[in-house]
Design a protein around this ligand. Structure first.
Ligand code: GLY
Length: 373
């Protein structure tokens, strides 16, 4: 990781800056260092520490390098997320994301800039590999926070983004064909039959290992704090595998799949988006951070809220616990961070990059076992 500056160097650089006047003379009463300083941290779900799109860096490594070079924190983490979005091997995000029930890859994303208190998002956008950059364009070039569907694509085209006919790869198309073969092509079922058709068959394919859980609701979330305390976050996804066309999950919705409060912290999520839409879990976790909870406790409290509010039989295991997984990644203004997961099985780690380099850290589970046992 070249061009890296550590926290102490940043403090000294800050001290030098505040000790000189405009003409270069030293202040007679130069204050003690006033530049807020925190050790930069980048966190992500596991995709952010795994995929490189044929390059040398993962999402968290790229973001960390750019942050320590002085780039805007949001631009830095977007550059990291773009690696995941562009990687055809990551079948839950961007190019090569898992398509909806009609075989069309529809993507969701949002971003939040903590210090600027700005945000943007796109939902169910087709044909753009990097929806996170369209989300940023919504943030910067419109008066709005969320554009959806055809309007989002038209906006992207007008902003100069390349629109492609199809973001499937052979792998994602094969899996979709298999799903299509097994299900009734109609998604609009009698409520009494809902538990057995599309969703249930998809869960069977999950249990058979035909698609892994991290790609079923595949998502990249990346959150970071820069050396001057700037906190930003990005979430990007192709959403639930084989979803009803137009289904929008938590990832583009502020407070659901991502929330950033500039002076407090950030939280993002992967997993069953409906649970975050119902509970606005990312907002809840950030409010818990505001109350002083450590990111781990704030995240576990978010998972407990989801568990409490999950009472529909079709969403429960035999023992009454949720029949789905969900993960939350949180960091606070002190640079403390954590990743938590509803279940101990499945994905067990998340990405972290600090001045010590990138690593996979252990997700803290709320419940033992798995959503399907
Ligand atoms: N968390 C991703 C989704 O449910 O769409």
């Amino acid at each position: 990781m070249s061009n890296r500056i550590n926290r102490r160097e940043f403090v000294l650089a800050g001290a030098a800056a505040v000790g000189l006047g405009e003409t270069g003379e030293a202040f007679s009463n130069a204050p003690a260092v006033i530049v807020p300083s925190v050790a930069p941290v980048v966190i992500s779900d596991r995709s952010g520490v795994t995929f490189k799109n044929g390059g040398t860096q993962t999402c968290v490594e790229k973001a960390f390098e750019l942050i320590t070079r002085g780039e805007d924190v949001l631009d830095a983490i977007l550059a990291g997320v773009n690696i995941v979005e562009n990687d055809p091997e990551e079948s839950g995000v961007g190019f090569g994301g898992t398509p909806n029930a009609d075989g069309v890859v529809q993507l969701d994303s949002c971003c939040m800039h903590g210090p600027r208190k700005q945000a943007g998002g796109v939902a169910a956008i087709e044909g753009v590999r990097t929806p996170s950059l369209v989300a940023k364009a919504v943030m910067e070039h419109t008066d709005h926070h969320l554009l959806a569907g055809q309007g989002a694509q038209d906006f992207a085209r007008n902003m100069g983004f390349t629109i492609e006919d199809d973001l499937n790869t052979p792998r994602t198309r094969d899996r979709w064909l298999e799903w299509k073969r097994r299900t009734d092509p109609g998604h609009y079922l009698n409520p009494a039959q809902r538990a057995r058709h599309g969703y249930q068959v998809a869960l069977e394919m999950l249990a058979e290992g035909r698609v892994d859980e991290s790609h079923f609701w595949g998502t990249v979330n990346c959150d970071a704090i820069g050396p001057n305390g700037d906190i930003c976050g990005v979430t990007s996804t192709s959403g639930l595998a084989w979803k009803i066309p137009g289904r929008t999950g938590d990832s583009p919705i502020l407070g659901a799949g991502l929330y950033v409060a500039g002076s407090v912290g950030a939280c993002g999520s992967t997993g069953r988006g409906e649970a975050n839409l119902y509970n606005l879990t990312s907002f809840l976790v950030v409010e818990n951070l505001r109350r002083g909870l450590h990111p781990k406790d704030a995240g576990l409290a978010g998972l407990r809220r989801i568990k409490e509010n999950t009472i529909e039989g079709r969403l429960l295991k035999g023992n009454g616990d949720p029949a789905f997984n969900i993960r939350l990644f949180a960091l606070n203004a002190k640079g403390e961070y954590a990743g938590v997961t509803m279940y101990a099985s499945g994905e067990t780690s998340y990405g972290v990059c600090t001045e010590n380099g990138a690593e996979q850290a252990r997700l803290e589970p709320l419940l033992e076992g798995s959503p399907t046992d």
